[in-house]
Design a protein around this ligand. Structure first.
Ligand code: ATP
Ligand code: MG
Length: 611
């Protein structure tokens, strides 16, 4: 849950978030990196600082005009001075307001420029990460952290930084003006202001803590309600017979809340009370000091001074949050830099070798390949040696978890071997640029992802310049043309998460069509038909048969019928190849493969006898 009190503006006191402190302890932010962010913005920054200073100075002029009105214009009936001072007061207010707008505009300009740059860089770098990174990070976490942290950082640049600068310049300007008006009153002020700041902050922090506690309790109670009133919760309550106990617990939580609610209200009231006493007492003490002190102090001086003293309160209170703001801002930067510094597990080659997809032969070779997932104990693949000659097919079978998908995914370089090498036409995959590899290797798996867009655009992802004729041709080959013709808007139908829902088999045929458009030399089919019923499977299989002709194909299948005709079949156990040969040979050997085939046909017999 984002802390509700992280708004960097305003004078409300804040406390340092322990999570922020921990973040900084773990990965501190060097100042030169912060400075680097501002590259190209220095001129704007300078102007911004000038505007902020000017605004602070303008704000100081008002009490002096007030003094002139009270001491000279009013008692001596000096109309010219009066009009001049009044025009000055109004004029300065207008200038101040305009300068404020300008300041906001500049600050946002800087903040947006910095953020745009950072956002794009972070996006690109996160995208470069390997599949392992995405698998090991909770769905939604990357997205929300990226969005929230970058938005937070933008606030740092547009609001926090400017409010610190504004508060600082304003406080200094007011302080200087106070001394200029009367140094003796300033000394008095110096004595009464610090305790006033201290008390104000103390009371406000107290109230903040109580409010936070109340929010925590409220959230807890909500969870309780959601849990026990949901279907599962209700079922559990009834079957376990714990209704009374739950009601009891709820009653206790509710009772706690009653007490806290009262304290929250009272704390708010107390805070207001303390503030009003302070704001009454501070000028009063100045009147007293002015009266008891040396004579000759003018009325205007006293009024102007108390005005300044009241006005200095807000910026100084704001400045008292500098420490907290500083830690919170640096922690945000530290997190964002963390994304920028992520080193991709699968790195792009610095000097890629280009394999022309039109000329590539499409030979895939694994030499002594071993792989282990980053935080796994044992290898998923050990000593894999394979050659799939151009245009030939390889079938992979093996128990679940034996490493088939891992092996297949390595051909599109979702991860790199730890030992050995994988080559296409003799070139190590690590020397081929990812965009080039994507042209060479096509993957159709159980999971076909369709973006929330029109069907046409989803297909065009594979080949942006394809004509409609081409699209229809591949749809025909993939046995999907009929289905698409019957869609309400044909190729313009929205598909994906919130669009038209294709069935599993239809989605897979779209994937086949998409792969046909790309026309890769090498094809990886990972369980492409295993989730389908047998009727749909026949359709998809027919589409796949069209797809594989003339390409180097690596097929993983639980249904042995899909790989029976492969030129070579390998059987995997615990990440090792234990049998290899074509169907005939493996049947003759009488090992695991034969067992699988026999078990499969028994299943088929059983299935048929059930119908
Ligand atoms: N990202 C990952 N991080 C850690 N371990 C993983 C990861 N992906 C897979 N594994 C493990 O590696 C082993 C091989 O997984 P893989 O998906 O290659 O098996 P498979 O043969 O394709 O199985 P199935 O037939 O169920 O698809 C499994 O033990 C799996 O738990
Ligand atoms: Mg698999």
């Amino acid at each position: 849950m984002p802390a509700p009190d992280k708004s960097p503006q305003g004078v409300g006191p804040r406390r340092v978030d322990p999570a922020d402190r921990a973040q900084l302890a773990e990965s501190p932010v060097p100042m030169y990196r912060v400075a680097e962010l501002m590259n190209g913005q220095y001129l704007r920054l300078l102007v911004l600082l000038a505007v902020i200073t000017a605004t602070a100075l303008i704000g100081v002029a008002n009490p002096f005009l007030l003094k002139a009105v009270i001491d000279d214009a009013l008692p001596h009936d000096n109309d010219r001075l009066l009009v001049g001072a009044v025009v000055g007061m109004i004029g300065l207010a207008v200038i101040g307001a305009v300068a404020g707008v300008w300041q906001t505009w500049l600050a946002n300009l800087i903040g947006q420029a910095v953020m745009h740059d950072l956002r794009v860089k972070v996006f690109a770098n996160v995208q470069r990460q390997s599949m392992n990174f995405f698998k090991h990070t909770k769905t939604g976490e990357i997205q929300s952290r990226l969005v929230n942290d970058i938005a937070g950082l933008q606030t740092v640049f547009t609001s926090t930084a400017t409010s610190i600068a504004t508060n600082f310049t304003t406080a200094v300007a007011k302080a200087v003006a106070m001394v200029a008006l009367d140094w003796r009153l300033s000394v008095v002020s110096m004595i009464i202001l610090p305790p006033a700041f201290w008390v104000t902050r103390k009371v406000a922090l107290l109230r903040r803590d109580i409010t936070a506690e109340r929010q925590r309790l409220l959230a807890q109670m909500n969870t309780e309600v959601v849990e026990s009133m949901g279907v599962n919760g209700a079922l559990l309550t009834k079957t376990l017979g714990i209704a009374e106990e739950r009601a009891e617990r709820f009653s206790r939580a509710s009772q706690d809340l009653v007490g806290l609610d009262l304290r929250t209200q009272l704390a708010g009231r107390w805070r207001m009370g303390v503030m009003s006493v302070l704001f009454a007492a501070m000028p009063a003490i100045i009147y007293l000091a002015a009266g008891l002190g040396p004579s000759g102090m003018t009325l205007g001086t006293v009024v102007a001074f108390t005005t300044l003293q009241t006005q200095i309160f807000r910026p100084v209170m704001g400045l008292l949050n500098i420490g907290v703001d500083w830690v919170a801002s640096l922690a945000l930067m530290s997190r964002v830099f963390g994304y920028l510094d992520l080193v991709p597990e699968v790195a792009e080659p610095s000097e890629p070798i280009y394999l022309d997809p039109k000329q590539a032969r499409g030979e895939v070779r694994f030499t002594k390949v071993g792989y282990r997932y980053p935080d796994a104990e044992t290898n998923v693949l050990t000593d894999i040696n394979l050659v799939v000659s151009p245009g030939r097919s390889l079938g992979i079978v093996g128990a679940t978890g034996s490493g088939k998908s891992t092996l297949a995914s390595m051909i599109s370089r979702l991860c790199d071997p730890i030992t050995g090498e994988i080559t296409i036409d003799g070139i190590d995959l690590r020397r081929i640029a990812s965009t080039n590899l994507a042209e060479l290797v096509g993957v159709v798996s159980q999971e076909t992802w369709l973006g929330h867009d029109t069907l046409r655009n989803n297909l065009l992802m594979a080949k942006p310049d394809a004509s409609d004729e081409e699209l229809w041709r591949v749809l025909r080959v993939a046995r999907m043309d009929q289905v698409v013709t019957e869609l309400p808007e044909g190729l313009d139908t929205m598909v994906g998460a919130r669009g038209h829902r294709f069935s599993g088999g239809e989605r897979q045929r779209v994937a086949v069509a998409r792969t046909l458009l790309r026309n890769p030399r090498i094809l990886v089919l990972d369980e492409a038909t295993s989730a389908l019923d047998s009727g749909t499977e026949r359709d998809v299989q027919a589409a796949l048969d069209e797809l594989v002709t003339g390409r180097t194909t690596i097929t993983i299948a639980h249904r042995l019928s899909a790989i029976r005709h492969a030129d070579e079949i390998i059987v995997m156990v615990h990440g090792r190849i234990v049998e290899r040969g074509d169907h005939q040979q493996l049947m003759a050997v009488g090992g695991i493969y034969r067992e699988l085939v026999d078990a499969g046909s028994r299943d088929v017999v059983r299935r048929q006898s059930h119908q």
